[in-house]
Design a protein around this ligand. Structure first.
Ligand SMILES: [Zn+2]
Length: 303
């Protein structure tokens, strides 16, 4: 069901429009949001560009809100250069400089940092932008009849946030996206323990509509077990890595077995980098939990 192909489409929930990118916002697209009312708000404009061109033809957008800094969510931010940019305080540094982005992602100081910088600017169009409002957990926006509450849910990124629309009984889950692939924590600034806490926190929020950034909307009566299954993917990956570490392995040795992505994807350098960051985040957690030891020559071994 979640993978059934579908063209871009709009699903209304009251005055909120869910802008499903092609194939239910499957990566590298997303499901964006557009809120109508006295203040027009666009959230994570990474869906098909036609939606945003149409919204801008209808009139100005006062607020551009990002749930976090990732490129699939911010792809069309530049169309909204006249809008006030709202991002979480913890992610704001990434908007201010490429240097900060390099550090958050984990490219800083690597052999390929310069190549990555060039790609980020020339191919992905990174340009610094000042943040107008740095929001924090628990803040509530009031737009006419509709309120939007920031539910900070870090782990994916330090400032990753979900948005709760109480009057509409809907929550935008951003990248707690409940996909079968599972949680993604492939940045140096990602954190598995925080991710697990965030899944737990968000799972306790009751709503009629759960809107992931990728995949179809999940009605409240179909949500049972979905957060648990999503979190379980982390534990399954952890098990796989611990099993492997019954024999000592280096990070590169672990990455070569693809414990996260399970096979080689192209482009290889991109996927290997993300796999490496995810493995490093697992090792960090397993060291903390004393499941493994760092032994000689950059190798790790299960206890
Ligand atoms: Zn993301």
């Amino acid at each position: 069901m979640a993978s059934k192909a579908a063209p871009r489409q709009i699903v209304p929930i009251g005055n909120l429009s869910v802008l499903h990118g092609d194939n239910w916002g499957k990566f590298p697209l997303v499901n964006s949001l557009f809120l109508r009312g006295p203040v027009r708000v666009v959230v994570d404009p990474g869906s098909n560009i036609e939606f945003f061109e149409e919204i801008l033809r209808e009139g100005p957008v006062q607020i551009l809100l990002n749930t976090h800094y990732h490129g699939d969510h911010t792809r069309h931010n530049r169309l909204f250069s006249e809008s006030a940019l709202h991002v979480s305080e913890a992610d704001a540094p990434v908007y201010h400089s490429l240097d900060n982005l390099a550090a958050y992602i984990g490219r800083k100081g690597r052999y390929d940092e310069d190549m990555w910088r060039q790609m980020a600017v020339e191919e992905r169009g990174y340009t610094p932008r000042s943040v107008d409002v740095a929001y924090r957990d628990g803040e509530v926006y009031r737009f006419g009849e509709t309120t939007v509450e920031i539910v900070q849910a870090p782990g994916h990124t330090p400032g990753h946030s979900c948005l709760l629309f109480r009057e509409l009984s809907a929550i935008y889950l951003a990248d707690i996206d409940l996909t079968r692939f599972g949680p993604w924590y492939g940045n140096a600034a990602s954190d598995i323990d925080l991710f697990l806490e965030s899944i737990e926190r968000v799972s306790r929020i009751q709503a009629d509509w759960y809107i992931p950034a990728h995949g179809p909307i999940i009605p409240g009566d179909r949500i049972s077990g979905r957060f648990e299954a999503f979190a379980k993917v982390i534990h399954d990956r952890e098990e796989r890595i611990l099993e492997l570490l019954r024999e000592p392995h280096t990070v590169a040795g672990i990455v070569a077995t693809h414990p996260i992505y399970r096979r080689q994807f192209e482009p290889k350098d991109v996927f290997d980098f993300m796999e490496e960051m995810m493995v490093v985040n697992h090792l960090r957690r397993s060291l903390r939990l004393q499941q493994i030891d760092a032994i000689e020559e950059g190798r790790y071994r299960a206890r």
